[in-house]
Design a protein around this ligand. Structure first.
Ligand code: ADP
Ligand code: MG
Length: 725
């Protein structure tokens, strides 16, 4: 048996089964072995129903039956009840005051229940247990999980991510069969032995045994660490290679004196923050270096990223290309492309630039799907003018327009620059080396890249998914901002909140209402029950709460054009209240919208709440954020309180990492990291070690395919899977 063998050659797998495995990306023996357990059940903690005694905190596994709701005899309190049965006995289960639970779960469902045993000795019941639905009872290493476990030291059972048609049990047994068939003899550790040793990681063979069939919790933990390291290591190699490719390409190298930039900075009606100043200096330094810059500018909404973009764009647009390249041209300065994810944002940047560049002899173009503009207009130096796309593209191609702002339209084939030296990307997190090359097709020089984001993610995650970029932080807000007044709103307080928002609407302000989304299949059914849908909420608000206000929904099922249209009308104050899913995150700027209500706030991470709250930060009026939660959990409320105390989004992102775990981290799902990779993100030392080793390896062996074919293969597989959206 070899790792590359299709599973089919060794196991009987029918078509349905094969399809199911494919859904999990499993075809070969290697895929199977790398399908690592999601977690372990330790059955020493599990009780059999037959042995439960009053007052005990119990964990039981079993099947639900007899679910129904009723009202308590005297108090009329609604009760959901049913039974759980595990083969040893059956016990009643009761949930008080949560009648909807009976509807969420179904008879016959396999569950893990954790709750207190109450009642009388004659009639025991489980009181308010937490329910974890299971696809199957996870364990059958012994005849029954309920068998006495004394005498066994292997009480840890792997639980795998399943899909319809393949159970955890199947994974476990098939892996063991692979071990029996001698797969371990054909396994070679791709990671160099000195690295394995240095970080005290188990080598691959051992790690496979330990992770699939641990005798001790420490063994499982230690091999998880190994696989986590491995994943981050491969990613870091990929990033190091991308970095090396950029470094190898020739670029525009030019010096601009700080005094030169200063003249531009003095035009702003405000002093720069120190963070802005530092970022600008660093970027100008990068321009003067020999390699193309690859830099990420991270800063909260409102931290002033545009001013950094404008100042550095000015430095570029007033610089000449190196001798020999543009000598005889009338318009031969270096050029800047500034890309935004939406048309509205592109227009907003264009307007900001018009203000910042007023009365300078620098032309600025705007190109979007719906038309082109140029500033200044020939007839009015204070205003932009509409021009044809053909005309604009001509001026960009001959260098007359040094700054071009736009949407994705910018990377279309028809756009050619004379000397594109600098690409700025706003709120769009993935922009590969290839796209950059595409933009630079005119000559072979690689433009400098500045990627800007307001997505607060923890440092370890940034180091991993942005491993190819240098990072500058704007961790300081401009002075004199009115901080958003943030309130945690419990059900009893919603009336006051609505009263406040009504009065705000009356005085001409606008509001966002954010609902958790339910249009997507939600693995956590309990959440879905509590979520308010955008459409239903919009209708309810219109009918009962904000009568007479112009209310419109905005959600993920609308086309980009429909979304843009609604945003535009909100921007023009043709809409008073926008009821949306979290799509409004993308940096729209509507200064008159000063209120945001976030329903089901407990469902969001703090970083995402912060991001949403950033929507109302722009105006001159006092902004308000209402985080509405029905959660009764003290812990949840405490967590939400951090929204008022944290200094910036990054602090909140770290908070999320610590308190919610990496799996629920904002941006984590989109990052392409596996669950295990996300676990690695919790460990700064591990991430840094993987990063250092990877960079070192790539430096020593620019072509891995020769000396490290196994690593090479794995790294190639990562491909474009890894990104932020
Ligand atoms: P973001 O980082 O979210 O892109 P912007 O660049 O749009 O933020 O800036 C938000 C607002 O703050 C703009 O109106 C801008 O003019 C203003 N601004 C930027 N820098 C400063 C500063 N140093 N002091 C005061 N206001 C500033
Ligand atoms: Mg911005």
């Amino acid at each position: 048996m070899k790792l590359s063998d299709p599973l089919k050659t060794h196991f009987r797998i029918d078509v349905a089964h094969e399809k199911a495995l494919k859904r999990l990306g499993i075809e070969t023996v290697s895929d199977l072995l790398y399908h690592l357990p999601a977690r372990y059940e330790d059955i020493t903690d599990v009780q059999s129903v037959g042995g439960l005694v009053k007052g005990q905190d119990a964990i039981v596994y079993g099947q639900l039956s007899g679910l129904k709701t009723r009202k308590a005899w005297k108090s009329k309190m609604p009760i959901a009840e049913g039974y759980v049965e595990d083969g040893s006995a059956k016990i009643q289960v009761m949930w008080f005051n949560q009648p909807y639970l009976a509807k969420m779960y179904s008879n016959g469902m396999y569950v893990k229940l954790a709750g207190k045993v109450a009642g009388t000795d004659a009639k025991l019941y489980l009181s308010n247990p937490e329910v974890e639905p299971l696809d199957s009872l996870p364990i059958d290493r012994h005849d029954s999980i309920f068998k006495d476990t004394e005498g066994y030291d292997d009480t840890l059972y792997p639980v795998y991510r399943e899909t319809k048609g393949v159970t955890s049990k199947w994974f476990y047994h098939t892996v063991l069969k692979c071990f029996e068939k001698g797969i371990l003899e054909n396994i070679y550790d791709p990671i160099p032995a000195d690295i394995i040793k240095k970080y005290n990681l188990p080598e691959l063979k051992t790690a496979f045994i330990w992770i699939h069939s641990p005798k001790k919790a420490e063994h499982a933990a230690s091999s998880r660490k190994r696989f986590a390291f491995e994943e981050v290591f491969y990613i870091q190699i990929k990033k190091a290679q991308e970095r090396a490719a950029v470094s190898a390409a020739s670029t525009y190298t030019f010096n601009t004196s700080p005094d030169h930039a200063k003249k531009f900075i003095e035009r702003f009606p405000f002093p720069l923050t120190k963070a802005q100043d530092d970022a600008i200096k660093t970027i100008l330094g990068d321009f003067a270096g020999n390699h193309a810059m690859s830099r990420l500018l991270e800063g909260d909404v409102g931290s002033g990223k545009t001013a950094v973009a404008a100042t550095t764009a000015y430095a570029v647009a007033t610089s000449r290309p190196p001798e020999g390249l543009g000598k005889k041209l009338e318009f031969g300065n270096l050029q800047v492309a500034y890309m935004a994810p939406t048309e509205i944002l592109a227009k907003q940047h264009f307007e900001s630039f018009i203000e910042y560049f007023r009365h300078l002899p620098i032309q600025i173009g705007l190109i979007t799907g719906s038309g082109c503009q140029k500033f200044p207009s020939k007839t009015n130096p204070d205003k932009p003018t509409n021009i044809s796309k053909a005309q604009l593209l001509k001026w960009v191609a001959n260098g007359e327009v040094p700054i071009l702002i736009g949407t994705h339209a910018l990377i279309y084939k028809s756009v050619e620059f004379k000397h594109l030296a600098y690409v700025i990307i706003d709120e769009q997190h993935r922009f590969g080396t290839n796209q950059r090359k595409k933009l630079a097709k005119k000559d072979a020089r690689m433009p400098h890249l500045l990627s800007m984001t307001a997505t607060p993610i923890p440092r370890t995650l940034a180091l991993t998914i942005y491993g190819d970029l240098d990072i500058s932080l704007l961790d300081e807000m401009p002075k004199g901002r009115k901080p958003v007044i943030t309130k945690i709103v419990l059900p009893a307080q919603v009336d006051d909140m609505y009263e406040h928002v009504r009065s705000e609407l009356k005085s001409g302000r606008q509001a966002y209402v954010i609902c958790p989304r339910i249009d997507e299949p939600d693995p956590d059914k309990q959440m879905a029950v509590n979520s308010k849908s955008v459409l239903a909420e919009a209708a309810r608000l219109k009918k009962d709460i904000f009568k007479g206000a112009r209310i419109e929904p905005l959600h993920g099922k609308m086309t980009p054009k429909e979304k843009d249209d609604v945003m535009l009308r909100f921007n023009n104050h043709e809409i008073d209240v926008l009821v949306a899913t979290s799509v409004v995150e993308v940096g729209v700027n509507v200064p008159n919208a000063t209120n945001i209500i976030i329903e089901g706030a407990e469902r969001f991470g703090l970083a995402q709440l912060h991001q949403l709250r950033g929507r109302v930060l722009r105006g001159t009026h006092q902004p308000y954020c209402f985080a509405v939660t029905e959660s009764k959990s003290e812990k949840t409320r405490d967590r939400l309180k951090a929204l008022s105390t944290a200094k910036n989004g990054f602090e909140l992102a770290e908070h999320d990492l610590t308190f919610r775990g990496s799996g629920e981290l904002y941006g984590a799902k989109q990052s392409g990291l596996s669950d295990l990779g996300m676990e690695a993100i919790k460990n700064l030392k591990l991430v840094e070690a993987a990063r250092n080793e990877a960079r070192h390896l790539v430096e020593q062996h620019p072509d891995l395919s020769k000396n490290f074919p196994l690593i090479h293969e794995r790294v190639e597989k990562i491909g474009e899977a890894l990104h932020m959206e």
